[in-house]
Write a protein that binds this ligand. Structure first.
Ligand code: UDP
Length: 329
């Protein structure tokens, strides 16, 4: 079976990608520190616990499995924390990536899919963001993603290692079969926090900013179901294994919803209105981030199939409810 090394495969998007890889006939080999990931999320191949900052450890895993392809998710991903502690992000995300790339080069330079983010576009005014826009992140987290994107190009020039960069918009929703789902600690994302408020596990949801130049004054985002994201990774790695050239793709639903739209959808899914409170803007939030996904449609042959807002919220609610019973929230 074709082995794919999946760094961060015990995390939210990574675990959904592993499930999709296994369904497509690959063997996902997970390398994860379990700092943010969960061992219960690794169900489709071996788990190698390790940190990319431990160069000997990643070297040993790469040499043991000799993967034919790689998907690199492992990363710290809290924008706010990256602002107050940039060193933590540069060290972990960028030094970790250097260690990984160097060990891959030593093992034949297999092609790599890199999980990047729409945060690299910064505060763009474009209605629909395309991959050709200038890259101008506005926080350290985004800067680490940009740095790794640049590194991948430099490594390709030097070694021939091909790459696919996937820039996610707002990953959301959970596996329809309820095997895996979103479980961050702390949780900062809108949909799980709104679900917690609707379930009365939190007092209320704060709406960060109600005076944006949008239809209802709240921020607009492009929510993409994690199962659709997972499918894009399988396509990307498959095309690289067939010899595709390096590329970069936006992954979103191509549609924007406001914070209030999400609140309404959560109310529908849960069957209960949720207490909300208007709050100040959160620093660094652009008013609108919506993807132009034509490049992924054209080249990856990918299109979002699970990303209606109601399906995203319903699958997230099903997962939230089942976890709540397990952890006794
Ligand atoms: N948001 C909010 N209240 C919250 C969390 C998020 O109003 O408690 C808003 C946030 O300002 C943004 C949107 O919801 O406009 C999505 O935020 P999230 O943190 O989920 O993802 P981001 O877009 O920051 O990656």
């Amino acid at each position: 079976m074709t082995k794919i090394l999946v760094t961060g495969g015990a995390g939210y998007v990574g675990s959904h990608a592993c499930k999709a890889l296994a369904a497509a006939g690959y063997e996902p080999v997970v390398f994860d520190s379990l700092i943010a990931g969960h061992d219960w999320a690794v169900n489709w191949g071996p788990l190698e616990v390790g940190d990319l900052l431990d160069r000997d450890r990643i070297a040993a895993v790469v040499q043991e499995y000799r993967p034919e392809g790689v998907i690199h998710f492992a990363s710290f991903a809290y924008v706010g924390e990256s602002v107050t502690n940039p060193g933590k992000y540069w060290r972990n995300n960028v030094t970790g990536a250097i260690n990984l790339l160097d060990e891959l080069v030593a093992c034949g330079a297999p092609p790599i899919v890199f999980s990047s983010s729409c945060t690299v576009y910064g505060m763009s005014d474009a209605d629909y963001l395309s991959e050709t826009l200038p890259i101008a992140p506005i926080n350290p987290y985004g800067n680490t993603k940009r740095a790794i994107e640049i590194m991948l190009s430099d490594y390709e020039v030097a070694t021939g290692m091909r790459h696919t960069i996937l820039r996610y918009f707002n990953a959301a929703g959970c596996d329809a079969e309820g095997e895996i789902g979103e479980d961050h600690d702390p949780e900062t994302h809108l949909i799980p926090l709104a679900l917690a408020a609707a379930a009365k596990d939190r007092d209320r949801l704060s709406i960060f900013g109600t005076d944006y130049p949008t239809t209802d004054g709240t921020c607009i985002r492009d929510y993409i179901h994690v199962t659709d994201l997972a499918d894009a990774h399988v396509r990307a790695v498959g095309q690289l294994l067939e010899g595709a050239k390096s590329n970069v793709f936006n992954l979103g639903a191509g549609e924007g919803y406001s914070v209030r739209d999400v609140v309404d959808a959560v109310g529908r899914a849960v069957g209960a209105d949720l207490p909300v409170q208007d709050a100040d803007r959160r620093a660094g939030d652009p008013a609108r981030l919506v993807a132009d996904i034509s490049h992924a449609r054209d080249v990856l042959g990918w299109s979002p199939e699970h990303s209606s807002l109601d399906n995203i919220v319903t699958t997230a609610w099903n997962w939230y409810r089942s976890r709540r019973q397990i952890v006794g929230a």
